[in-house]
Design a binder for this molecule. Structure first.
Ligand code: ADP
Ligand code: AMP
Length: 259
């Protein structure tokens, strides 16, 4: 038997024994961590990818303009920097459904490559089984590599009723959806941003014809899913038509509160 002091030390080190199993947590770490998910939704070009990257990385501008840092500056430069980093690193992993599908399309061994390309070019939503299997694989691999990394920003999902049903069926009890981060942006601004992005993105769907279809898909299929979560009180809505920094300031307020 471990002494009280020994147990306390293990606890502090994060190696405490679960009461029921009496097996050390560190032997089976990711068995105990359920993925905590934030769905990130909005029209094409609303800035989902841009803001998710900032949530994951933090930015110097926002780190140093934060009030927490000013409060801690009395304690010296080292501590103020440390507290700002820990304050703004929310510990999320960004998974973009669109990126995962584009990567899968590029994989020569994938049986779904051609099918994915056709759906993406037409601005249509790829069958849910493919998207969920890619998301699950990424979540499993991330947590297997580091059991603490169980917080995910899932960007561009669920995009329609089929996505939502597929998620509920496959992930029921296996992941918690904390909330939906909704980047609300006017369609014309969205199209202009994507056309600008299209000059360098090399994406087959950043052209006006695909974009008109993607906006229609968004309005007809994705917006009703956002409305559904809204009715459940799970939506955090942000005005995404403002500048990247202004939008991120709003994002920070939400994550400071929700974690
Ligand atoms: P999404 O992931 O929602 O499709 P992105 O994050 O890729 O959108 O943004 C689309 C384009 O618009 C990118 O070229 C990005 O640099 C630009 N962008 C993103 N957010 C803003 C913003 N708030 N103001 C101006 N341009 C933006
Ligand atoms: P995005 O990168 O989010 O703009 O998505 C680009 C394209 O990928 C979309 O127009 C769809 O064709 C496809 N796609 C993205 N997310 C999903 C999803 N959740 N379900 C099915 N298809 C998706």
């Amino acid at each position: 038997m471990l002494s009280r002091c020994g147990r306390r030390l293990l606890h502090v080190l994060g190696l405490s024994f679960p009461l029921l199993t009496r097996r050390p947590l560190f032997l089976f770490p990711h068995r105990f961590m359920k993925p905590q998910v934030v769905f990130v939704l909005g029209g094409p070009g609303a800035g989902k990818g841009t803001q998710c990257a900032r949530i994951v990385e933090g930015t110097l501008k926002n780190l140093f303009s934060n009030t927490t840092i000013r409060k801690h500056q009395f304690f010296g430069a080292q501590l103020s920097l440390w507290s700002s980093v820990s304050h703004h690193k929310y510990g999320y992993t960004h998974l973009s459904a669109g990126e995962l599908l584009r990567d899968e399309r590029k994989n020569p061994d994938s049986q779904y490559g051609e099918l994915i390309e056709k759906y993406i070019k037409d601005g249509k939503i790829v069958p849910v089984e493919i998207t969920i299997s890619l998301l699950r694989r990424e979540m499993d691999q991330t947590m297997a590599a580091n059991a603490q990394k169980n917080k995910f920003l899932i960007d561009g999902f669920p995009r329609n009723q089929d996505n939502l049903q597929g998620w509920n069926k496959t992930m029921d009890g296996k992941a918690d959806v904390s909330f939906v981060l909704f980047f609300d942006c006017n369609n014309e601004i969205c199209i202009e941003r994507c056309l600008e992005r299209g000059k360098s993105s090399g994406r087959s769907d950043d052209n006006r014809e695909s974009l008109e279809k993607r906006i229609q898909t968004y309005l007809q299929s994705t917006k009703p899913i956002i409305d559904l979560y809204e009715e459940m009180g799970k939506v955090k809505k942000i005005d995404a038509s403002k500048s990247v920094d202004e939008v991120f300031d709003e994002v920070v307020k939400i994550f400071d509160k929700e974690g």
